[in-house]
Design a protein around this ligand. Structure first.
Ligand SMILES: Nc1ncnc2c1ncn2[C@@H]1O[C@H](COP(=O)(O)OP(=O)(O)O)[C@@H](O)[C@H]1O
Ligand SMILES: [Mg+2]
Length: 290
């Protein structure tokens, strides 16, 4: 996966590989991120330099996979936050709770993902960052700039991040329910576009991550996917029709079900609009017969 990283970065990676290994067992690292547009090298360098990374791209384009691959490369555990309108300061920083200690009730603070990642020098992965209410995230501004510091409003503790602390966020711009990312927040990130794979790299992902082995079906699935990506770019069908995640599901189902049935349930049924659904099925019928 690693291509031509500067020597000091390779040395740093090697150092990390000598310890901490058991801590990253929770990462789903089967079949790493398949490289396109030099994305691994560029993000790996940005990561090394302690800059916050924002991965921008449609659903199922590999943003989480890329973040996990960076975590694996640097052997760092990752704390994830899934943003939604319900996200609040407590879900980011932690909360107070009452515990029994030596027969007495004491108030204790349970540290949330931001505080844990900062203190222990881990990766904080903030998924769908633009799904959070705009007033929630400014609390992280100091964490995300050169200060790398936060005053925990629940405990008044001032926390400065461990030198290995890193932030990776993901965003799906324009998706329903999202708000444009606040400028001050966006300004604190280095931004990378993540796009759907096509052709040979996509074939590699199918081979590595699905059980489908029939070359002919794989070939047609790749062609269908390319058409779907083209049509979503034209705005003819919703973006999720071209999702790599959906395609991989279709490939897995096609091991036992007919490809058309697989495509219907893994791809077409995800679309709200009947016309779009039919469009996908008709397109699939040009490759597959029932
Ligand atoms: N470039 C890639 N390399 C490896 N796997 C990929 C790639 N792009 C997509 N995938 C696969 O597609 C699926 C969706 O990827 P994911 O990272 O969850 O997307 P996102 O976070 O952008 O919604 C996963 O199963 C992932 O393994
Ligand atoms: Mg994701």
């Amino acid at each position: 996966m690693i291509t031509e990283l500067p020597k000091e970065i390779m040395d740093y990676i090697e150092q990390n590989q000598n310890h901490q290994n058991q801590e990253i067992d929770h990462l789903n690292t089967k079949g790493g991120y398949i490289e396109t547009e030099d994305l691994v090298r560029k993000t790996a360098i940005t990561f090394y330099m302690s800059k916050n990374i924002l991965l921008k791209g449609p659903t199922g384009s590999g943003k989480t996979k890329l973040a996990e691959s960076l975590a694996t490369l640097y052997q760092k555990p990752m704390h994830s936050i899934n943003c939604s309108v319900d996200l609040d300061a407590e879900s980011l920083l932690g909360f107070k709770t009452i515990k029994e200690k030596n027969g007495k009730s004491v108030i204790e603070f349970v540290e949330g993902p931001v505080i844990q990642a900062m203190k222990n020098g881990r990766i904080l992965y903030i998924d769908e960052i633009n799904m959070a209410r705009p007033e929630t995230l400014p609390i992280l501004n100091g964490v995300l700039d050169y200060r790398r510091t936060i005053t925990n409003p629940f405990t008044n503790e001032v926390i400065t991040a461990h030198k290995d602390f890193r932030v990776i966020a993901a965003i799906n711009e324009g998706y329903i329910g999202t708000t444009p990312l606040n400028e001050a927040l966006k300004n604190r990130f280095v931004i990378f576009q993540v796009s759907y794979l096509m052709g040979d790299p996509l074939k590699k992902v199918i081979n590595e991550q699905t059980n489908l082995e029939d070359e002919q079906i794989i070939d047609y699935m790749l062609k269908l996917s390319e058409e779907l990506i083209k049509e979503t770019k034209k705005g003819k069908i919703a973006e999720e029709a071209a999702s790599t995640r959906a395609l991989l599901d279709a490939c897995d189902l096609a091991v036992y079900l007919s490809p058309l049935t697989a495509i219907e349930h893994a791809i077409a049924e995800k679309l709200e609009d009947e016309r779009e659904k039919n469009f996908v099925l008709n397109l699939a019928e040009t490759y597959f017969k029932e």
